[in-house]
Design a protein around this ligand. Structure first.
Ligand code: NAD
Ligand code: ZN
Length: 346
């Protein structure tokens, strides 16, 4: 099936309209008519070549919401007409210790990304900046009816990427959580940590988005451009989620952790960051990373969001505004996620 899409033809080149082939619906597949696709900073890192060579042309998009058009004859989990989502993963081996425990994103045989990845049948995957996608039913989640479909799209990456570490490191009543960077991931981290009951502090470059941050659920808001922030908040957090897309001074943030605290990097900057052992050993601190979340946890997160009325703050754009949106994300000019109205690709 040939469908319309927006693709980056080569590293650093603007995205342009094209058509791509989608596979025939197999016995365990779901054909989805895509309605909305969020723009994640990872899309930009990928097409700009920040993370190395890619199998161009690349059709990005791993925050996908749509409706089921067709299901394979072995599919029982999804029905035609229901609203579904696809995040960053479309396949994994299903057998390794990570897959068996529901951490498909850490598949030891290599989880298959939603785009720019070689699938287990040898073809390359294409993401959500396109009108349709065919995905194995096991990697398709249900988007609860109560969630606005456009504003729910970013939950499929920004939502789960922040929910997963908040749960893993037990954010909740009595814990102090700081979120570094108030972009797509950051604003979801604030909403989710607040809903989980934690005391939430935003650490942003300036105070420009302070009013927003407090409305999103933060209890406190500090500017990291002010050196006093780092003395005032020294040794105070149980958990810090760093969502910044560029390298930061990790040691400065480690100094803000309390005894046994953990700094989790979800931001994926292209350049290495230096960690001073002294930043860790003085208070038994940990520096960790976390990548999206498994399929079951993604469904749990969507259900949690429906229960708590949580969606992303979005600006809906037409497909021909994607390149402009990328520039605005790079300039930190987005509140707080661009979402493509995929019907503009029909
Ligand atoms: N770990 C994962 O599974 C995972 C999943 C999705 C995204 N990511 C990564 O997370 C990062 C953030 O993604 P996003 O979509 O939220 O991006 P975004 O652009 O929406 O947000 C990034 C935030 O970082 C801030 N920022 C940028 N440069 C900065 C600097 N030098 N100092 C301080 N703050 C700075 C921006 O102002 C913005 O608020 C990206 O690197 C992305 O690739 C990781
Ligand atoms: Zn993403």
């Amino acid at each position: 099936m040939r469908v319309n899409a927006y693709a980056a033809p080569a590293a650093g080149e603007p995205l342009a309209p094209t058509t791509i082939e989608r596979r025939a619906v197999g016995p365990n597949d779901v054909l989805i008519k895509i309605q909305y696709a969020g723009i994640c900073h990872s899309d930009i890192h990928t097409v700009r070549g920040d993370w190395g060579a890619q199998p161009f042309p690349v059709v990005p998009g791993h925050e996908i919401v749509g409706t089921v058009l067709e299901v394979g004859d072995q599919v029982t989990k999804h029905q035609v007409g229901t609203r579904v989502g696809v995040g960053c993963l479309v396949n994994s081996c299903g057998k390794c210790s990570s897959c068996v425990r529901g951490d498909e994103q850490y598949c030891l045989d290599g989880a298959v990304g939603t785009y720019a990845a070689e699938d287990r049948d040898g073809t390359f995957t294409h993401g959500g900046y396109s009108t349709h996608v065919v995905v194995d039913a096991d990697f398709v989640v249900t988007v609860p009816d109560g969630l606005d479909p456009a504003a729910a799209a970013p939950l499929l990456c920004a939502g789960i990427t922040t929910y997963s570490p908040l749960r893993h490191w037990d954010a909740g009543p009595g814990t102090k959580v700081a979120v570094v960077g108030l972009g797509g991931l950051g604003h979801m981290a604030v909403k989710l940590a607040h809903a989980l009951g934690a005391e939430v502090t935003v650490l942003s470059q300036s105070l420009k988005k302070q009013e927003d941050g407090l409305k999103l659920g933060a209890d406190h808001y500090f500017a990291t451009s002010d050196p006093a922030t780092f003395t005032e908040l020294a040794s105070s957090f149980d958990l810090i989620i760093n969502t910044v897309s560029a390298s930061v001074d990790v040691n400065a943030y480690l100094g803000l952790l309390a005894l046994d605290g953990t700094l989790v990097n979800v931001g994926a900057p292209p350049k290495p960051m230096r960690v001073n052992a002294m930043s860790l050993i003085g208070a038994r601190r940990s520096f960790a990373g976390s990548m999206i979340g498994g399929i079951a946890q993604t469904q749990e997160m969507l259900d949690f969001c429906a229960e708590h009325g949580i969606v992303s703050e979005i600006e809906v754009i037409a497909a021909d505004q994607i390149n402009e949106a990328y520039e605005r994300v790079l300039a930190s000019d987005v509140r707080y996620r661009f979402v493509i109205d995929v019907s503009t690709l029909d």
